[in-house]
Design a protein around this ligand. Structure first.
Ligand code: CMP
Length: 142
């Protein structure tokens, strides 16, 4: 089915000028970018986005990292977009990420791991709404 998923290019990958290379991976895999913007997250925005992780030991470091510089946030649309994007990204820990994935190629550690992607269609809808208004998400008919 055609799905939408939410994606973040994290501060490490933005700082290293990998935005274009990462967008190329999405587009080459047939995913369409239907919304996109650069944002520098506030502490409150990062804490709210990652609320499900608030009890985890890495939460403070995660929020600190995610607010350390601008990120690119985007909505990707395509066939099985949620799983397709997870395959493009590779495992959360770059040490375990398959060759040719974004995390294998661009991530330095599990904390600074270049990209985020939704883990399910339901979380994708919530994450998209967290960053984009309905008018900011475009219809791509061609
Ligand atoms: P992300 O998909 O953005 O969701 C939460 C982030 O927490 C995750 O990517 C990792 O970058 C980071 N993180 C740090 N330590 C861990 C861990 N032990 N397990 C899962 N995520 C972790």
């Amino acid at each position: 089915a055609i799905e939408r998923t939410f994606s973040i290019i994290k501060p490490d990958a933005v700082a290293k000028n990998h935005i274009g290379a990462i967008y190329n991976r999405f587009e080459s895999a047939g995913l369409k970018i239907i919304a996109s913007k650069m944002v520098h997250l506030s502490k409150e925005q990062a804490e709210g986005f990652y609320a499900e992780h608030s009890a985890r030991p890495f939460f403070g470091a995660l929020v600190s990292f995610m607010t350390s510089g601008p990120v690119m946030v985007q909505v990707l649309e395509g066939e099985n977009a949620v799983l397709a994007n997870r395959e493009i990204m590779g495992a959360t820990n770059p040490a375990e990420a398959a060759r040719g994935t974004l995390r294998a190629d661009y991530a330095a550690s599990i904390d600074e791991n270049a990209v985020h992607g939704s883990d399910a269609v339901e979380s994708a809808a919530r994450e998209i709404a967290y960053f984009f208004s309905a008018e900011e998400v475009c219809q791509r008919t061609r």
